[in-house]
Design a protein around this ligand. Structure first.
Ligand code: C2O
Ligand code: CU
Ligand code: CU
Length: 456
C-alpha cells in the first residue's frame, strides 16, 4: 500500500506548497492512466499542522482548467476555505494563511470547483490534512505516521483493462460516480504491513458516492476513537462501521495476535430502488455475510506486544446546550421530478436543497455569527452525506428518536435520509465569501444539491 508523503508544517517553517498537476499513474503495472494530483500524479501529500499555529499554503494551479482547494473540516473564515468562490485560475497561485484553532483531528482537502468537483476529485485531487495538539499527544495513541498511525483514503474507481475511466451520463448524475475497484491511497489490492500491536487507522471516505460498510473478516472488534471533529470523549467498541463520502473516523485495532486479516466492505446499497423505508445503518450493525469485497489486507510483522493500550477516556468536550439554539431551519435534499418514472430512472431529475438548485449568486441562509441553531436535515430517495462548511455540529436526534452510535462526536458531515436534528455553532465569519452546505455525493453537489450561507 502506498502511504502519501507527510508534510509537517512545523518542520517546513509553517509554509507549505501544493502544486496542482496532471500526471500518468500506473494503478496496474504497464497500464498508465491520466490522472490529477498535488505534488504528484494522484492524490496529494498528507499535511500536518498544529493547533495554535498559523500555516501558509501556496497552491499553484498548473492545470489548463480552474480549480480550488477546500480544507474540509477546518474551522476558518469563509474566504480562506477554498469554496467555489476562491477559484485558482490556470497558472495562478493562491496563498491562504490558515489559523489552526481546533482540536486534533483527521481532515482532508480536495477540489471544489463548481461543476467540476466530481471529475477533479475522481481524477485524484484530494489529500489528508491532520491537526495535532498537546492533548492528543498526551494520550500516547499510536502516532508514528505510516507505521502504526496509518492514513487510509478509501475510494472506489472504475477501471477498464487496467486503466482508470471517468463514468459519465444520466445514471452517473443520479447515483454518483462509482467503480468496480477499491483503492486505498491510490493502491488497488492493497496490503498494509503493520507492527503486531495496537495500530491507529485514519479512515477517510474519499469516494465520490460510495458508502463503505466496513468490518474485519474475522469479525474482531476494534475501538472507534475519533469522528470528523476530533477525538471522542471515550472509545466506543464496535465490530463494523459505515463510512459515507466526506466522513472520517479514527480507530484503534489490535494486531498483536500476529495474524493477517482483511478489512472488508459489504455490497454497495445506496440506490434509489431500496424503497422508502430504507434507513441509515448504524455502527456495529451486523453486516457479516455474503458478498463482501476486500478493501485492504493487513499483514502484521511479528507479534510485538507494545505498550500502547486503548485509553479509557480520551478528551473532555464542551457541549453546547440545545436550549441555547436561536433558530430552527429545515433542509430537504431533493432529487426532483421524482427521479424514478415507472420504476426506471427518469430524466435524472434536478438535484436541489429545499427544491432550489445551487446558485452561486444566491445566498440561501443568513446566520448571526456566534449563534447556535438547530438544522433539521433529511434526504429523498437515497442516503445523502450532508456536509456543512465552517462549523462543527452534534447530532441531537435521528428519525425523531435518539441519535445512533454512528452520530457520536463533533462532526462536519452526517449521513441522512430519515431526518436528523443537528445542533450547529457558527463561530467562523462568512462576510467576504459565503460558506457552503451540500450533499457529499459529489455528482449531487455538482448538479445542484448545495446551498450557501453567510454569518455576520
Ligand atoms: Cu468536502 Cu464542500 O466539501
Ligand atoms: Cu467542506
Ligand atoms: Cu446526495
Amino acid at each position: 500500500m502506498r502511504v502519501p508523503p507527510l508534510l509537517d508544517a512545523r518542520k517546513e517553517g509553517q509554509s507549505l506548497s501544493l502544486q496542482v498537476q496532471t500526471g500518468d499513474t500506473e494503478f496496474f503495472p504497464g497500464r498508465a492512466s491520466q490522472t490529477l494530483g498535488y505534488n504528484g500524479s494522484y492524490l496529494g501529500p498528507t499535511l500536518r499542522v498544529n493547533r495554535g499555529d498559523e500555516v501558509e499554503i501556496a497552491v499553484t494551479n498548473t492545470l489548463k482548467e480552474d480549480t480550488t482547494v477546500h480544507w474540509h473540516g477546518l474551522l476558518i473564515p469563509a474566504e480562506l476555505d477554498g469554496s467555489p468562490h476562491e477559484l485558482i485560475l490556470p497558472g495562478a497561485t493562491w496563498r491562504p494563511r490558515l489559523p489552526i484553532r481546533q482540536p486534533a483531528g483527521t481532515l482532508f482537502y480536495h477540489s471544489h470547483a463548481h461543476g467540476r468537483t466530481g471529475a477533479q476529485v475522481y481524477s485524484g485531487l484530494a489529500g489528508l490534512f491532520l491537526v495535532t495538539d498537546d492533548e492528543e499527544r498526551a494520550l500516547g495513541l499510536p502516532s508514528e505516521y505510516g507505521v502504526d498511525d496509518l492514513p487510509l483514503v478509501l475510494q472506489d474507481r472504475q477501471f477498464e483493462d487496467g486503466r482508470l475511466v471517468l463514468p459519465e451520463g444520466m445514471m452517473t448524475n443520479m447515483l454518483g460516480r462509482r467503480g468496480n475497484t477499491t483503492l486505498v491511497n491510490g493502491t488497488p489490492n492493497a496490503i498494509a504491513r503493520i507492527p503486531g500491536r495496537l495500530v491507529r487507522l485514519r479512515l477517510v471516505n474519499g469516494s465520490n458516492a460510495r458508502i463503505f460498510d466496513l468490518s474485519f473478516a474475522d469479525q474482531r472488534s476494534f475501538h472507534w476513537i475519533a469522528s470528523e471533529g476530533g477525538l471522542l470523549e471515550e472509545p466506543i467498541e464496535v465490530r463494523s462501521l459505515t463510512l459515507a463520502p466526506g466522513e472520517r473516523v479514527e480507530v484503534l485495532v489490535d494486531f498483536s495476535n500476529g495474524r493477517p486479516v482483511a478489512l472488508q466492505t459489504a455490497p454497495d446499497t445506496n440506490l434509489p430502488m431500496m424503497g422508502p423505508l430504507a434507513r441509515v445503518r448504524d455502527f456495529g450493525a451486523e453486516i457479516f455475510g455474503a458478498g463482501h469485497e476486500v478493501v485492504l489486507r493487513f499483514e502484521p510483522i511479528a507479534s510485538d506486544r507494545g505498550t500502547a493500550v486503548v485509553p479509557v477516556r480520551l478528551i473532555a468536550r464542551q457541549r453546547v446546550n440545545a436550549s441555547q439554539a436561536k433558530r430552527r431551519r429545515r433542509f430537504v435534499l431533493t432529487m426532483g421530478m421524482g427521479g424514478m418514472m415507472g420504476g426506471r430512472i427518469g430524466s435524472g431529475g434536478t438535484m436541489a436543497i429545499n427544491g432550489r438548485p445551487f446558485d452561486m449568486d444566491r445566498i440561501d441562509e443568513r446566520v448571526v455569527l456566534g449563534d447556535t441553531e438547530i438544522w433539521e436535515v433529511s434526504g429523498e430517495m437515497m442516503f445523502h452525506p450532508m456536509h456543512i462548511h465552517g462549523v462543527q455540529f452534534e447530532v441531537l436526534s435521528r428519525n425523531g428518536g435518539k441519535p445512533m452510535t454512528r452520530d457520536a462526536g463533533a462532526r462536519d458531515t452526517v449521513l441522512v435520509r430519515e431526518p436528523v436534528e443537528l445542533l450547529v455553532r457558527f463561530t467562523q465569519p462568512a462576510v467576504k465569501a459565503p460558506f457552503m452546505y451540500h450533499c457529499h455525493i459529489l455528482e449531487h453537489e455538482d448538479n445542484g444539491m448545495m446551498g450557501q450561507f453567510v454569518t455576520t
